[in-house]
Write a protein that binds this ligand. Structure first.
Ligand code: DKA
Length: 134
């Protein structure tokens, strides 16, 4: 992942995001904002911790994690979740468990050009493509 540290990626396309947000219980007003914004994602390192940030006009979120270590996390819409991140080559996989026990799996596959983010919950598969900024 070191090759991608410090690069910024902006949301370029999104499929089934509204369905995903509905499935995890995001309300109508927040879903409208979620559908309207194009966050910028950046990965940094702080010692042995990964620092994943997502910045938008709706919400700025910074998550610090060590691979395999469960953390208390908060989603951009304010849900408290338990998250475990794992890193395999250029893929960061996040397992998120919300307060009702619902599990979301989020894969982020990094390349020089883009991050392909795939969010799976229930039977929904949402795909979001972030493009590298010049
Ligand atoms: C992303 O980082 C999407 C992450 C999912 C957030 C859940 C709902 C947010 C509503 C604003 O691209």
């Amino acid at each position: 992942m070191e090759a991608f540290v410090g690069k910024q990626y902006k949301l370029d396309s999104s499929e089934k995001f509204d369905d995903y947000m509905k499935a995890v219980g995001v309300g109508l007003v927040t879903r409208k904002m979620g559908n309207a914004v194009s966050p910028v994602v950046e990965l940094k390192m702080d010692g042995d911790q990964y620092v994943l940030s997502s910045t938008s006009t709706f919400k700025n979120v910074v998550t610090k994690f060590k691979p395999g270590v469960e953390i208390d996390d908060e989603t951009p819409d304010g849900r408290k979740v338990k998250s475990t991140y794992n890193v395999n080559g250029n893929v960061i996989t996040e397992k998120q468990i919300d307060s009702a026990g619902k599990v979301t799996i989020i894969d982020r596959t990094w390349s020089n050009d883009e991050i392909k983010m795939v969010l799976k919950v229930d039977n929904i598969v949402c795909t979001r493509i972030y493009k590298a900024q010049a």
